[in-house]
Write a protein that binds this ligand. Sequence first.
Ligand code: ZN
Length: 151
Amino acid sequence: MPADLEELYQSIILDHNRRPQNFRVIENATAHAEGLNPMCGDQLQVWVQMDGDTVADVSFQGSGCAISKASASLMTQAVKGKTRAEAEGMFDRFLALVTGKGDGAELGTGLRAFSGVSKFPLRVKCASLAWHAMKSAVAGKTAPVTTEGPA
Ligand code: ZN
């Protein structure tokens, strides 16, 4: 990866860690899911307000490392206004990106900032945590999501 691109990606992640977007509770959320990544200590909650088949609003709160928070922040921006199917498609493409199986071309510059994560297997869990919680909430599941435990 060119050095200037790597710098851009790092600044995107640091920026979203410092000033996370949609970092709030949705009081009348239609679904809510918790994401736990005990390997790193990341704990995130994701709220989703569905309007029919559309993600009308999505938010998160919690504590975790810079990667997990920045990823959650960018996830909320990415899936807001999308349909359930589109949000699930983005989940698949983001997971492919952070595991080195896809280039994330359709995801936009912000989310492609996590492409370097594929070199660090432990960080893949940090980057994908909020996405797992979002997918669970959008699907209407309420059980906590954890990166560990029964597969
Ligand atoms: Zn983490």
